[in-house]
Design a protein around this ligand. Structure first.
Ligand code: TYM
Length: 333
C-alpha cells in the first residue's frame, strides 16, 4: 500500500446489504480504494447489540465478506476484515468510554430508534455503540469515512471524542471527515418513501437485497409506492417515491436527475419503474454473480479474513500503544 491518506468504514452483518447500502456507502468504498489506503470492517461486535442467532451471524459474516470482495475494491489498497478478529477495537472502546459523555450518547437518534424497536433489550452495548464506532475509525488514523447520511451523527461524535482526547494528550488521533454522496446518501424504502431503505426491514418489499435476482428486483421496483400522478419529475418533497426511484436510476446509469426527467417525459410510471429495476440489476448482477461464486468456498474466505485481520492489527496496534501510553498505562515488559 503506498497511498498516503487512509479511509475506514464499517458495515453490520445483520442481514444481506441492500441497494441503499451499496449506493450510499459500498460504492464509495470501491472508489476510495483507487486513491486511499482502505480498511473496511464487518462489524460483528456492533451487530450483537441486538440479539443474533449465532449460526446465522457466522453465515452472514462470510456472505458479507464475499459481497464486499465482489464489489471489487482495489486489493492492493484494501484490507477487509472482521471486527471481532482484532481485539484492539474493544480495548480502545473502553478507553474512549471515559472520554464520551452520557448526555452525548443519550442524544444519538439511532440509540433512540433502536431502543424503541427493542424495548425489551435496551442494553449498555446499544448505548455505547457509537463509542465502539469511534474506536473503529480512530484506531486506523482514518482521514475519511465513506458512509450514508444516517451515520452522520455518529461520525460527528467520533470527531468530538477525537478532539477531546487530543485536547488532553496532544495530537494522538486523526480527526476524520465523513464522505456522504450528494445523490444516494439516503435511499428510501420502496414500500414507504418516508423511511430509509433498511436491510433489517421486516417487509422485503421495502428493499432490494444485493443478492435479489433480476426478476425480484424488477418486481419490487414495479410495486414501489409512488404518488397518484403520472409525471416522472424530481421533487423529493412532493413526490418522494418517484424522486427515490429517479435517484436509484440516475446513479445506476451515471446520469443526472434532470436527464432522467427528460428521458421519461410523457411516459407513465410503468415503463419508468421497469427501467429502474433493469438499471439496478445491471449494477448488482456482476457483484451478485461474483459473491455467489465466492460463497461456495468458505475455507478460502476464512483464509482471506485471517490475512485481513493480521494486516489490520499491524496498523491498529501502534495506535493503541500510543493511546495506552497517553493515558498513563504502565507498559508490560
Ligand atoms: P450499516 O450496517 O447500517 O450500514 C452500512 C452503510 O450503509 C449506509 N446506509 C445507507 N446509505 C444510503 N441509503 C440507505 N438507505 C442506507 N442504509 C444504510 C450506512 O450509512 C453505512 O455507511 N454504525 C454503522 C456501522 C459502523 C461504521 C463504523 C460505519 C460501525 N463502525 C465505523 C463507519 C465507520 C452501521 O450500522 O452501518
Amino acid at each position: 500500500m503506498n497511498a498516503q491518506k487512509t479511509a475506514f468504514s464499517g458495515i453490520q452483518p445483520t442481514a444481506i446489504p441492500t441497494l441503499g447500502n451499496y449506493l450510499g456507502a459500498l460504492r464509495n468504498y470501491v472508489a476510495l480504494s483507487g486513491t486511499h489506503r482502505c480498511f473496511y470492517s464487518i462489524v460483528d461486535m456492533h451487530a450483537i447489540t441486538v440479539r443474533q442467532d449465532p449460526e446465522t451471524l457466522r453465515r452472514r459474516v462470510r456472505e458479507l465478506y464475499a459481497l464486499l470482495l465482489a464489489c471489487g475494491p482495489n486489493p492492493d489498497n484494501t484490507v477487509l476484515y472482521v471486527q471481532s478478529h482484532v481485539p484492539a477495537h474493544a480495548e480502545l472502546c473502553w478507553i474512549l468510554n471515559n472520554f464520551t459523555m452520557f448526555g452525548e450518547l443519550s442524544r444519538m437518534t439511532q440509540f433512540k430508534d433502536k431502543s424503541a424497536k427493542h424495548a425489551d433489550n435496551i442494553n449498555a452495548g446499544l448505548f455505547t455503540y457509537p463509542v465502539l464506532q469511534a474506536a473503529d475509525i480512530l484506531l486506523y488514523g482514518a482521514h475519511v469515512v465513506p458512509i450514508g447520511d444516517d451515520q452522520k451523527q455518529h461520525l460527528e461524535l467520533s470527531r468530538d471524542v477525537a478532539v477531546r482526547f487530543n485536547g488532553v494528550y496532544g495530537d494522538v488521533f486523526v480527526v476524520p471527515e465523513p464522505l456522504i454522496p450528494k445523490l444516494g446518501g439516503r435511499i428510501m424504502s420502496l414500500a414507504d418513501p418516508s423511511r430509509k431503505m433498511d436491510k433489517s426491514d421486516p417487509n422485503p418489499a421495502g428493499y432490494i437485497s444485493m443478492l435479489d435476482d433480476r426478476d425480484v428486483i424488477i418486481k419490487k421496483c414495479k410495486k414501489a409506492v409512488t404518488d397518484s400522478g403520472a409525471e416522472v419529475r424530481y421533487d423529493p418533497a412532493e413526490k418522494p417515491g418517484v424522486a427515490n426511484l429517479m435517484t436509484i436510476y440516475a446513479i445506476c446509469t451515471g446520469k443526472e436527475p434532470e436527464q432522467v426527467e427528460r428521458e421519461f417525459a410523457g411516459q407513465g410510471y410503468g415503463a419508468f419503474k421497469t427501467a429502474v429495476g433493469e438499471a439496478a440489476d445491471g449494477v448488482l448482477s456482476p457483484i451478485r454473480a461474483k459473491a455467489l461464486e465466492l460463497i461456495q468456498d468458505p475455507a478460502h474466505l476464512d483464509r482471506l479474513m485471517a490475512e485481513g485481520a493480521a494486516r489490520a492489527e499491524a496498523v491498529a496496534l501502534p495506535v493503541l500503544r500510543k493511546v495506552r501510553d497517553s493515558v498513563g498505562f504502565l507498559p508490560r515488559i
